[in-house]
Design a protein around this ligand. Structure first.
Ligand SMILES: Cc1cc2nc3c(=O)[nH]c(=O)nc-3n(C[C@H](O)[C@H](O)[C@H](O)COP(=O)(O)OP(=O)(O)OC[C@H]3O[C@@H](n4cnc5c(N)ncnc54)[C@H](O)[C@@H]3O)c2cc1C
Ligand code: SF4
Ligand code: SF4
Length: 1024
């Protein structure tokens, strides 16, 4: 970590001194005694172990600092007790929510109080009064879900609201894209139960200034001292606060004193609102009463397109005259990234080629016609040549000068969502750089009054050009309220870049002051911006902030250093000149990204997306967190600890038993993060690297070897069937296999067929001769399909032939997946080479490869390239398909005369196919065949190959599975379909019997002359 001290504090010597500095010296702490003492006093959990501390060393910012320990309080009493205990000993404290802060305000050298685990109850909802009372650890998304039946919502909508909590929203005074309508969190905070810095519990809320004066006493209780200081600030500093605070709704820098002073003019203030934006430095909120807003009936969205970003931001002030709910800027960099990315192809296709910028303008509307009227008025005014769905009325603003060259409007949900996709499209790409240079947040959040945006943006761009940092520095913005998000590329490991970082922030602060704006319009001060508050507000107000802090927290123990403290922006950076990376081994997989494995290890930027809900994360990431709700079971937790282990912040070697078992073992390798993480962190691949190295160093367990070599075992099992199956079904077998190799006794083991799929295939001639077929397929009969579920392979043959395809079968059956998933990279590599040797000549000869089992299909398409290189493996990868993917890609299913025995299906796709974005094919095929399909937005089933078979993982596997079972329960469909063998095993082990037990659906007779049922192509359908 760097210890660079930076300019702001050196300039003003008096501020280099804390008024009441914390005398806490970390090395002096007797950690075991501290843990024991706190544990004796609280009902919640107390964790001061190294892993927990490191898990809480980061948030979504560029900073890292190890806390003293973490307490997970169960009640206000627990919070108060911990605060009292720590306050008596001068130990700093930090309340924390989802840890999604972008400026470093959720990390500190302190005892962290994580309120998200236990203090997340919605205490009461009062729809009549439009109020809700919640514990501080309640996730905003959960609150809004509970409010939805009442058509109400907590209005501030920070983009990370699916994992950020009320306490954090108050701490940062959060808001989102719709702040034009709703303002910030402070508007909605009516009352807070808080624990003050001495451990006393008080309720802060509305109070008349008269009563406040009566409570004011500089010699009284802490609360009375706070009242006295607030009264003094109102009386003595009111004018200066009015004068110096920017006239902006979007300012979260410093303390919320402008609101206090304004309220005081009415004779009543709300002290709870003073906590908004205080970043945990004044008091700890344990419960909050918040006011609510009605959910708008409907919305309408317009997109305006411009020749330049400057034109777009110039237009903002005119757009605002139309009273929109949101005005969002999309610049040329983001439009370019959207155009280049296949995933955003559809959204990008609506953007005219010549567009260099866009404004997304959203309206809240009473009904669709009202929405149409609003977009018509906007478009008629701002781009008069654009045809509108409704004619504009005459009394709307019309400004003679226009900037947009065309516009669009959307009134149905899907189209509106597509417009918003454009706004969000480029960011994940910016955030997935594995280079040392990263788009870090430090000046990403400045705000100026919207009328100054054009000049501000122009000068901002010049500043970045001058510093040679304009490349890829995307400008995206909540342009309506004047908030500009800009993240230039900075390599904080390099001294010159860190110096530039300070120089840029300094210059931006000057500009912001000149335009009467704020250095933080949204994300807060934290470690990145606290030092600039002095310049923003001037020495006098800086001192007022410090006086307020001292009144609330005389020993400066609550999240010290933030808002008006001594944080310097280049201190405690996650990556600095002292950062050293040494994995301790050479990677065994191919890493094609910049900086290879190291780049991937350093990729997580901490946004906490992997703590989000199924509905918001993309559905797959991260099932283990959803089941366990522990930070160590998030992708973020694993990524943080792995990086720390590989860079010396943790004493562990990542291949050690403890690290492997506690950190990586519970990652089920579902690849959900590879798909859903905005940065594309591929934890499954990282885990494989570490597991491989562990095997190299220490050897592998018998169970891992058995699972990795399942193909050989299955071949023997099949040769010995039915005896092998009989042995497996002996009553004592479960106990024996659990005791000897650690396979969960509750699990049913795969049964083997004497007649394998290959045997069956060899017996019957192809129905479609090669000479008559337009396409020819080598069906790869993977281990499970060949030996345990030949009916699946038979169905695949039947379907392919019904589609007019000539089919042959591969002689190899092992794709390398079992070995790779257990970390046997060399063995997987040998297997892939063998497969490629067989398959590549066929590909060269015009054959396609079809693989029935999704996970094995993905093995050929993607993972094989991690273990092997060269044209041959690439040719196989490019020509390998899952079964439905193949039918859908070439529309072969349209040739089939389907037999449809049921009407509706609920479809659970395999997580590996989801990770490769190949999961939608089956739904398309099934729908074309005539089924009503309910595709679940499901994640991994929890079986994850062999994970669910492992005794110590059985309960987590079932807990993850329950999420899927609940989704299935909510569906009305008649039949469950799941193409993955593991998924079907998980379902069948629970209560849903596989289709093979229902011959009417199974088609197990597999008469090849009969039309196939499309369920058969998922062979695998499961009756409810
Ligand atoms: C991808 C992404 C998008 C984002 N988009 C937005 C956005 O649109 N708008 C926006 O405003 N922000 C945004 N943020 C920033 C952040 O998500 C919000 O500020 C969020 O509300 C923080 O909530 P949290 O629960 O994660 O709080 P944390 O990060 O855990 O904490 C935030 C601050 O509040 C304090 N705090 C937490 N709990 C309490 C408590 N009980 N009592 C007192 N203080 C407490 C903490 O000490 C800390 O200083 C974004 C962040 C990310 C990563
Ligand atoms: S793993 Fe991805 S989603 Fe999770 S915190 Fe890191 S970057 Fe965000
Ligand atoms: S692979 Fe799956 S379980 Fe592992 S971290 Fe990624 S999303 Fe979570």
């Amino acid at each position: 970590m760097t210890t660079n001290s930076t300019t702001a504090f050196e300039e003003g010597d008096d501020t280099a001194d804390h008024k009441s500095p914390s005398d806490f010296v970390p090395d002096e702490i007797d950690r075991p005694a501290l843990v024991e003492d706190i544990r004796d006093r609280v009902a919640g959990d107390v964790r001061f172990d190294t892993y927990t501390r490191q898990l809480y060393a980061t948030d979504a910012s560029a900073y890292e600092i190890t806390p003293i320990g973490v307490v997970f309080p169960k009640s206000t009493d627990d919070v108060a007790t911990t605060v009292t205990y720590c306050a008596d000993r001068g130990i700093p404290l930090l309340p924390r929510g989802g840890g999604t802060s972008l400026a470093g305000q959720a990390i500190n050298e302190a005892v962290v109080l994580d309120l998200t685990r236990y203090m997340d109850d919605i205490v009461a909802i009062n729809p009549e009064e439009q109020r809700a009372r919640v514990e501080a650890g309640t996730v905003l998304g959960d609150l809004n879900e509970a409010l939805s039946p009442h058509d109400l919502k907590f209005a501030p909508d920070p983009a990370a609201g699916d994992r950020s909590v009320i306490g954090g929203a108050i701490g940062n005074n959060s808001t989102g894209a719709h702040s034009l309508v709703y303002g910030k969190t402070d508007v909605y905070v009516e009352e807070c139960e808080v624990v003050l810095a001495d451990g006393t519990v008080v309720t802060l809320g509305e109070i008349s200034v008269e009563k406040l004066r009566l409570s004011a006493d500089f010699d009284g209780s802490l609360f009375e001292q706070v009242c006295a200081e607030i009264v003094r600030i109102i009386d003595e500093k009111g004018d200066e606060i009015r004068d110096r605070f920017p006239e902006m709704k979007r300012n979260v820098s410093g303390y919320n004193l402008d609101v206090l002073v304004k309220e005081a003019e009415t004779g009543t203030v709300n002290l709870a609102r003073l906590l908004a934006g205080s970043e945990g430095t004044l008091a700890i909120v344990t419960e909050a009463e918040v006011s609510l807003e009605p959910v708008p009936t409907t919305k309408a969205v317009s997109l305006l397109f411009y020749d330049s970003v400057l034109d777009a931001v110039t237009d903002v002030q005119y757009v605002l005259e139309h009273d929109p709910a949101a005005v969002e800027l999309i610049d040329d960099v983001l439009l370019g990234l959207a155009r280049e990315t296949t995933e955003f192809e559809e959204a990008a296709s609506i953007v005219p080629n010549e567009a260099e910028a866009g404004l997304l303008v959203e309206f809240y509307a009473d009904d669709t016609d009202h929405g149409r009227e609003q977009t018509a008025a906007l478009l008629a005014d701002r781009t008069p040549k654009t045809a509108t769905e409704l004619p504009p009325s005459d009394d709307q603003p019309i400004n003679s000068e226009t900037f947009a060259f065309t516009g669009l409007e959307a009134h149905v949900a899907d189209e509106r969502a597509m417009f918003w996709t454009l706004r969000k499209a480029g960011l994940p790409i910016l955030l997935s750089r594995t280079s040392d240079e990263k788009h870090i947040s430090f000046i990403e959040d400045c705000a100026v009054p919207p009328e100054h945006l054009p000049e501000f943006v122009e000068r901002f761009q010049s500043l970045l050009t001058e510093k040679n940092r304009d490349a890829d520095a995307a400008f995206y913005a909540h342009a309506g309220p004047g908030v500009l998000h800009v993240r230039p590329l900075i390599n904080t490991k390099a001294t010159a870049d860190r110096e530039d970082m300070v120089a840029i922030a300094d210059a931006v602060t000057d500009m912001v002051v000149e335009f009467d704006g704020s250095v933080s319009g949204e994300h807060g001060d934290g470690r990145a911006r606290t030092q600039w508050n002095r310049k923003l507000y001037g020495n006098d107000l800086w001192e007022v902030f410090r006086d307020l802090k001292s009144a609330f927290d005389p020993k400066w123990l609550l999240n010290p250093g933030n808002v008006c403290g001594d944080h310097a922006m280049t201190e405690h950076l996650r990556y600095d000149e002292g950062y050293e990376f040494d994995a301790g081994f050479e990677p065994s997989l191919n890493w094609k990204n910049k900086n290879g494995m190291q780049g991937m290890v350093e990729l997580c930027h901490g946004c906490g997306g992997c703590r989000g809900s199924q509905e918001t994360t993309g559905g797959v990431m991260c099932p283990t967190y959803r089941a366990a709700e522990e930070e160590i079971t998030t992708t973020r937790g694993r990524a943080n600890l792995l990086r720390q282990a590989m860079s010396g912040d943790l004493p562990d070697d990542p291949t050690d038993d403890e690290f492997a078992e506690d950190v990586l073992d519970l990652c089920i390798g579902c690849k959900g993060c590879k798909r859903d993480c905005p940065s594309g962190v591929d934890m499954a691949k990282l885990k494989t690297e570490v597991m491989h190295e562990r095997h190299e160093k220490y050897g592998a367990s018998l169970r891992d070897k058995i699972f990795a070599n399942f193909d050989t075992l299955a071949m023997i099992g099949s040769a010995l069937a039915p005896v092998s199956n009989l042995v497996q079904s002996l009553p004592a077998m479960g106990t024996v296999s659990q005791k000897t190799v650690g396979i969960a006794s509750e699990r049913s083991l795969p049964k083997f067929h004497r007649e394998t799929l290959q045997d069956w295939f060899d017996e019957c001639k192809p129905l479609v001769p090669k000479s008559e077929a337009e396409r020819k397929v080598v069906l790869f009969a993977d281990t499970y399909t060949n030996y345990s579920h030949p009916e699946v392979g038979k169905a695949a043959v039947r379907v392919l032939e019904a589609a007019g395809v000539h089919v042959d079968i591969a002689t190899e059956t092992d794709s390398g997946r079992p070995a790779l998933s257990k970390g046997f990279v060399d063995s997987a590599r040998e297997t892939v080479k063998r497969d490629v040797k067989e398959l590549e000549p066929r590909v060269r000869d015009g054959w396609d490869i079809v693989v029935a089992e999704p996970s094995d299909a993905v093995m050929f398409q993607s993972d094989a390239l991690d273990v092997c290189s060269g044209d041959e493996v690439e040719a196989v990868a490019a020509n390998a398909y899952g079964l439905c993917e193949y039918l859908d890609t070439f529309r072969l299913d349209e040739n089939v005369d389907w037999n449809t025995p049921v009407e509706s299906l609920v479809y659970h796709g395999h997580c590996h196919q989801k990770a490769e974005k190949k999961d939608h094919h089956a739904v398309g095929v099934l729908r074309r065949a005539g089924y009503t399909v309910d595709p679940l937005d499901s994640g991994c089933c929890g079986m994850a190959g062999t994970f669910g078979y492992e005794a110590e993982h059985y309960s987590l596997s079932k807990a993850i599975g329950k999420i899927l079972f609940d989704q299935i329960d909510e569906s009305d469909a008649e039949v469950v379909t799941a193409p993955g063998t593991s998924c079907r095993t998980q379902l069948a082990d629970s209560r849903i019997q596989p289709v093979s037990s229902n011959s009417s659906l199974a088609g197990t007779s597999l008469d090849r002359d009969e039309p196939p049922t499309p369920i058969e192509l998922l062979a695998y359908a499961l009756p409810r």
